[in-house]
Design a binder for this molecule. Structure first.
Ligand code: C2E
Ligand code: MN
Ligand code: MN
Length: 404
C-alpha cells in the first residue's frame, strides 16, 4: 500500500567526515531501487524528510535510517496511507533553505508535486512542508539533543529502612516505588503498590477475592500501606496509594476509615495522595464526586493515574482538577522518537501549567525519555530507570548526572 512517512532529524556532527552531498547521492540510488521518493528539506540545522513509496519498502528503510549513526534525533512525525503519489520522481531531491528563499523553495516543492493545488492545500504532508519552510530556523542544535555519553546514572541508597519482614496476620504486602525530581535530586513521594503474600501482582491479588469483597479489601489493605510507611520511616515524604473510586463510594465511612488509619500511623492527611485511574473516575463520576469532596475536606490529595490511557483525555479536567496527574506509560515510552506523542505531552504540560496541576511521567525506562520530558518542562518521574518497586521497602535510586 502507498505509504508516506515524515520524520525530522539532524546530521550527527560528531561524524565529521560525512558530507551532505555524499549522503544524498547514496540515498538517490537506494531510493530509486526501492521505488521510493525522498523529499529532503534542510535549513542548516535540522532536516525534514518525506518518504513516499510502498509500505514494505518505506518502513524498513526508515528503520535503517533510525539506526544509522550519521543521523541523530530522528523523530517520526507522520505515517499515513494514500490513494496516489504526491511526487512522481523516485530518488532523492534536496531543497536547501541555505541557498534558496522560503518562497522559492515552496514554489519548487509544489512544482515537483503532481497534485492539483486544491489537493495540496489541505494535505497534511504539504502542511508539514509549509510549516517547516516558514518557521524561524532553530538557532542551534546544541542542548536540544540527547547524547548518551553526556549522562550517567549514579546509584544511591534511599534514606529509608531496609525491607521489612511480613507481620503476623498481614493480608498483603506492598512494593514501594519512589517518585523523584532528578533536577533537585529529591524524592517527592513514594507509591505503595499492592502485592499478594506470595509477591504476586495487584491483578493476581484482586483476582483471588470475591467481587463483593473487593472494595472493602481494597480500602482496608491501605492501613497496611500506612503502617509499613511508618515502619520504614518515610518521615515527611508523601505516600501515594491506589484505590478503586468505588472503594470510597461503596464502603460505608470509607474516608473516615482512611483518616483514622492515617492518624494511627502518625502520618498527616496532607501527606497522603490517592491515585485513581482516568476511566474509573469517568464511569462512576457522580457517585465519586461526593467522595472527592470528603477527601478534599480531610486534606487528602488526589491524583489521576494512567492519564491518556482512557477515553476521557483532557476533557476530564473540565469536570475536576486533581492535585497531580500521572501520564500513562503508553504515551511516555519512546517519546523521544515520536512526534505525535511529543505533541500530546506538550499539550498536557501546557494545560497542567495553566491549571497548576503537578505532572508526573510514569514508566520511564530510558535516559532518552527522561531527557526529552525534562526538556519539555516535566520535573517529576517514576520508572524503572530511577527505581524499581521493592517489596516492603524502598530500593536504590539511580540519579542521572552529567558525565564529567
Ligand atoms: P499504577 O498505579 O500505574 O502503578 C505503576 C505500575 O507500573 C506498577 O505495576 C509498577 O510496578 C509499574 N512500573 C513502574 N515503573 C515502571 C517502568 O519503568 N516500566 C514498566 N514496564 N512498569 C513500571 P504494578 O505494581 O503491577 O501495578 C499495576 C497496577 O495495579 C497499578 O498501576 C495500579 O493501578 C494497580 N494497583 C496497585 N496497587 C493497588 C491497590 O492497592 N489498589 C488498587 N485498586 N489498585 C492497585
Ligand atoms: Mn498508581
Ligand atoms: Mn499508572
Amino acid at each position: 500500500m502507498l505509504t508516506t512517512l515524515i520524520y525530522r532529524s539532524q546530521l550527527n556532527t560528531s561524524c565529521k567526515s560525512i558530507g551532505l552531498e555524499a549522503i544524498i547521492e547514496k540515498a538517490k540510488r537506494r531510493n530509486s531501487e526501492l521505488g521510493i521518493t525522498g523529499i529532503l528539506l534542510f535549513n542548516g540545522v535540522d532536516f525534514l524528510q518525506i518518504l513516499e513509496g510502498a509500505e514494505e519498502s518505506v518502513i524498513p528503510l526508515f528503520h535503517r535510517i533510525r539506526e544509522d549513526k550519521r543521523h541523530q534525533g530522528v523523530v517520526e512525525l507522520m505515517r499515513d496511507y494514500g490513494p496516489r503519489r504526491r511526487f512522481d520522481n523516485v530518488g532523492m531531491i534536496l531543497f536547501d533553505l541555505r541557498v534558496d528563499t522560503p518562497r522559492s523553495v515552496l514554489e519548487r516543492v509544489l512544482r515537483y508535486s503532481k497534485l492539483d493545488s486544491y489537493l495540496t492545500s489541505d494535505d497534511r504532508v504539504f502542511k508539514f512542508i509549509q510549516t517547516y519552510i516558514t518557521r524561524p530556523k532553530p538557532q542551534t542544535i546544541k542542548g536540544t539533543l540527547f547524547s548518551s555519553g553526556d549522562w550517567q546514572l549514579e546509584a544511591e541508597q534511599a534514606p529509608f529502612d531496609k525491607s521489612l519482614p511480613l507481620q503476623p496476620n498481614q493480608p498483603c504486602q506492598f512494593a514501594f516505588q519512589p517518585i523523584v525530581e532528578p533536577s533537585e535530586g529529591k524524592i517527592t513521594s513514594i507509591e505503595a503498590l499492592i502485592r499478594g503474600n506470595d509477591g504476586g501482582s495487584p491483578e493476581q491479588f484482586f483476582k483471588a477475592i470475591s467481587s463483593e469483597d473487593i472494595y472493602k479489601i481494597d480500602l482496608e489493605t491501605k492501613a497496611w500501606a500506612f503502617s509499613l510507611a511508618e515502619k520504614i520511616g518515610i518521615g515527611d515524604h508523601k505516600i501515594a496509594i491506589n484505590l478503586l473510586p468505588m472503594s470510597l463510594v461503596n464502603v460505608p465511612d470509607a474516608v473516615e476509615f482512611l483518616v483514622d488509619q492515617i492518624g494511627k500511623y502518625h502520618l498527616l492527611p496532607e501527606q497522603v495522595v490517592i491515585e485513581v485511574t482516568e476511566n474509573e473516575i469517568i464511569s462512576g463520576f457522580h457517585q465519586f464526586h461526593s467522595a472527592i469532596k470528603q477527601l478534599r475536606a480531610a486534606g487528602i490529595g488526589l491524583a489521576i493515574d494512567d492519564f491518556g490511557s482512557g477515553y476521557a483525555g483532557l476533557s476530564l479536567l473540565t469536570r475536576f482538577q486533581p492535585d497531580k496527574l500521572k501520564i500513562d506509560r503508553e504515551i511516555i515510552s519512546n517519546i523521544h522518537l515520536s512526534g505525535p506523542k511529543q505533541a500530546i505531552v506538550k499539550s498536557i504540560v501546557s494545560c497542567c501549567t495553566d491549571l497548576e496541576i503537578t505532572l508526573v511521567a510514569e514508566g520511564i525506562e530510558k535516559l532518552e525519555e527522561w531527557y526529552w520530558l525534562e526538556s519539555a518542562g516535566i520535573k517529576r518521574f517514576q520508572g524503572f530507570l530511577f527505581a524499581r518497586p521493592q517489596l516492603n521497602g524502598v530500593g536504590q535510586i539511580h540519579w542521572p548526572r552529567p558525565a564529567c
